[in-house]
Design a protein around this ligand. Structure first.
Ligand code: HEC
Length: 114
């Protein structure tokens, strides 16, 4: 009987662990989700130029090309991505994308260049 109670206690303790750690992780999970969403949109809307560096666009993952741009700060990068500049069309030519979706892609692109 005693053993039964102890194992019930241990069992319920084990069950509660994922919930506790899950709560602590939710913020970093949000960031990871944003990056994952950005990666998907990147493939659909931005990779056509940024995969190959077409018309002198900074190539995905090219640290040298991105370093001076990242220095300008995220707000400047969002601004260019949303409004366009030179060969970079506003929202990569995808006016249907929300501002947040475009910013998520910029977060993804910057995460690949660090
Ligand atoms: C038609 C080709 C093309 C497409 C499609 C495109 N880009 Fe670009 N992108 C460029 C070029 C060219 C530049 C370099 C512009 C410059 O610095 O003059 C650039 C630069 C950028 C920069 C750096 C901006 C800065 O201020 O240095 C970001 C961020 C960016 N693009 C994000 C995106 C995102 C996000 C998408 C998809 C939604 C996208 N691009 C789609 C051509 C493209």
């Amino acid at each position: 009987m005693k053993l039964g109670l102890v194992s019930v206690l241990i069992f319920s303790l084990l069950l509660s662990i994922p919930f506790v750690t899950g709560a602590a992780d939710s913020e970093s999970e949000d960031a990871a989700e944003t990056i994952a969403a950005g990666k998907k949109t990147y493939k659909e809307a931005c990779g056509v130029c940024h995969d190959a560096g077409i018309v002198n666009s900074p190539k995905l993952g090219d640290k040298d090309a991105w370093a001076p741009r990242i220095k300008k700060g995220m707000d400047a990068l969002y601004e260019t991505a949303l409004k366009g500049k030179g060969g970079m069309p506003a929202k990569g030519g995808r006016a249907d994308l929300s501002d947040d979706a475009v910013k998520a892609v910029v977060n993804y692109m910057v995460s690949q260049a660090k």
